[in-house]
Design a protein around this ligand. Structure first.
Ligand code: PLP
Length: 394
């Protein structure tokens, strides 16, 4: 029997859309020119790059000149923070949150070791920030506030425009990691005028891996990380990854066109999955705000079982999801996001993240709903966790 395969790990990475593959292929074969070259080979590619920049800008309602192509979301995040710190060296304080992706969190931890002051804002049980804490943390020497748009583990959306108002009262630069927001919710940089810098990553919305974007609002002071040629107006030198950038442009165009589907059909699939799992499995709870979430993400905990064990058993029946804990040196550490939310130990360990895309179907959801309850039942029968354990992780 052919095993059914259900891919529900789209916050980790997405399938490259076949239309996107077709768009990029010629630029891996006959159209191999360097866009900086004066001859015909270069000109063909340069024109297509400009088109990709326009399409990418359109996805977030920005100007093409505000788009800088990078190698990934991690580079964009690092570049945003590095550039801001280098632009105002007298300011040595950074504000971020405890639940950022490691691309921001670990960079900030390293900066703290180098003598920068870093404030890591806490979050509540629903995964939301206390905006008063943000307000009170801003200092005269704060260089940058870096707060994500959407959390990769829970999908929780931070109110970036409200955050922006508070940050701008003090004239501080605002960066947001929107890697998990692009293609899932509308982004409008003309409207969200307090955002100075914003990161995207192609592989989260059906472009290939290894291409990202840093949006830099016109007028924002900028210092590059790489020093080299004139590419990307000197903001990110290095010969362009032409095929991937062209793919990103196409993926942006498709993401924009499919945004309504993401907000309605994909959300309906996610909501059905959530409702059915809560109804069929006792001691289950959703992690993250009930409504202030990306439409594709469900982070759900099943008490008294190990997330890793659930994932292995799901994988055996062809379902790909992800867990909220990472197995490091033999000990299962619950994720920093769930810990920051104060999720009880027995629930944090048994968390699973399902993240959908426009390629998921009703049948996928039915399959997960049918497969998961017996898996949890079986695991609970052999669970090492005592039901009396209800400690809150610090
Ligand atoms: N930021 C967030 C919120 C992410 O989810 C990810 C990837 O998981 C990244 C940054 C890093 O992106 P990339 O894999 O392109 O470096």
């Amino acid at each position: 029997m052919v095993k059914r395969m259900v891919y529900a790990d789209n916050n980790a990475t997405t399938k490259v859309d076949e239309v996107v593959v077709q768009e990029m292929l010629p630029y891996l074969s006959e159209l191999y020119g360097n866009p900086s070259s004066m001859h015909l080979f270069g000109g063909q590619v340069e024109k297509k790059l400009a088109e990709a920049r326009e399409k990418t800008a359109a996805l977030i309602n920005a100007q093409p000149t505000e788009i800088v192509f990078t190698s990934c979301g991690t580079e964009s995040d690092n570049l945003a923070i590095h550039s801001t710190l280098m632009s105002s060296p007298e300011k040595r304080h950074i504000i971020t949150t405890k639940v950022e992706h490691p691309a921001v969190l670990n960079y900030c931890k390293q900066l703290a070791k180098q003598g920068y002051g870093v404030t890591f804002l806490s979050i509540d049980r629903n995964g939301l920030l206390d905006l008063n804490e943000l307000h009170d943390s801003l200092r005269d020497d704060t260089a940058i506030v870096s707060i994500m748009y959407a959390n990769n583990e829970t999908g929780v959306l931070f109110p970036i425009d409200e955050i922006g108002k508070i940050v701008k009262e003090r004239g501080v630069v605002l960066h947001t990691d929107a890697v998990q927001a692009a293609g899932k919710i509308p982004l409008d940089l003309e409207k969200s005028e307090t955002i100075d810098l914003l990161s995207l990553s192609g592989h989260k919305f059906h472009a290939p891996k290894g291409v990202g974007v840093l949006y830099i609002r016109r007028g924002t002071k900028f210092r590059p990380l790489l020093i080299g040629g004139h590419q990307e107006r000197g903001r990110r030198p290095g010969t362009e990854n032409t095929a991937s950038i062209i793919a990103l442009g196409k993926a942006s165009e498709l993401a924009f066109a499919h945004l309504n589907a993401e907000l309605t059909r994909v959300k309906a699939l996610r909501d059905r999955l959530e409702k059915e799992l809560l109804a069929r499995i006792p001691d289950a709870m959703v992690n993250g705000h009930p409504t202030q979430r990306t439409p594709n993400t469900l982070n759900i905990s099943f008490r008294y079982v190990e997330g890793e064990a659930i994932l292995l058993m799901l994988s055996e029946v062809g379902i790909a999801a992800s867990s909220g804990s990472a197995c490091t040196s033999g000990s299962l550490e619950p994720s920093h996001v769930l810990r920051a939310m104060g999720i009880p130990f027995t629930a944090a360990h048994g968390s699973v993240r399902f993240s959908l895309s426009r390629f998921n179907t009703d049948e996928d959801i039915e399959y997960i709903i049918a497969q998961l309850p017996p898996i949890i039942k079986r695991l609970r029968e052999i669970s090492p966790f005592g039901r009396e354990k209800e400690e809150v992780m610090d």
